[in-house]
Ligand binder design. Structure first.
Ligand SMILES: [Zn+2]
Length: 199
């Protein structure tokens, strides 16, 4: 027996999500059938609005619902420091720490020769444009993940930025090697920032 068309489509949609296998997709689809109609409507609206209303900040590349984002447009932030991270989720992790008052630049990825991801595939060129346009920036903190891709990206950026004369630092390795910045606890992340070193 085949699933009715509407269920098949829902299962197929769930299968497209990361970490959702066919069995889980079926379970989720049937769960939707058991949900209150209001909740289903809200779920559908949340999906559409997340996609439609969220865009990328034209300055730092972070996800935002207004451009420039709240960090870039906050006059109280320290505008001389830019912390370079791989992902918007890393910005959330850094902001939770509350110690950091500077600005961000989100790369949306890391250099990975194994996967064929080069500097041109991540948000690097806008960082250079930004540094050329804003002479007030005096330090770039490279806070890419402490794994092979993150280190490769940090090395690449430090070489690229050297000629600009701007101080380039790398966060310390209180962070577990191979781990993701996003999952680091606040204390570890805070120490890693304090212990950053010049590259
Ligand atoms: Zn921004």
């Amino acid at each position: 027996m085949q699933y009715p068309e509407a269920i098949s489509r829902l299962i197929e949609s769930f299968t497209k999500l990361p970490g959702i296998g066919p069995k889980t997709a079926v379970r989720l689809a049937f769960h939707v059938l058991d949900m209150e109609e209001d909740d289903v409507l809200m779920f559908g609206k949340a999906l559409v609005s997340a996609k439609r209303d969220i865009s990328y900040c034209s300055i730092c590349g972070n996800i935002t619902d207004k451009d420039p984002c709240y960090v870039c447009s906050d006059k109280h932030r320290n505008r001389t420091i830019v912390c370079v991270v791989q992902d918007s989720r890393d910005v959330i992790a850094m902001e939770k720490m509350r110690d950091y008052q500077g600005l961000y630049h989100v790369l949306h990825g890391a250099i990975s020769p194994m996967e064929g991801i080069g500097p041109e595939d991540i948000n690097v060129s806008s960082l250079l444009t930004r540094l050329q346009a804003d002479e007030g920036i005096t330090e770039i903190i490279l806070a890419t993940n402490p794994n092979i891709e993150g280190e490769a990206t940090a090395m690449y950026l430090s070489r690229l930025l050297k000629p600009t004369g701007i101080r380039v630092t790398r966060i310390a390795h209180g962070l577990p090697v191979g781990g993701d910045l996003e999952y680091a606890d606040e204390v570890t992340l805070s120490r890693a920032m304090e212990g950053r070193r010049e590259l």
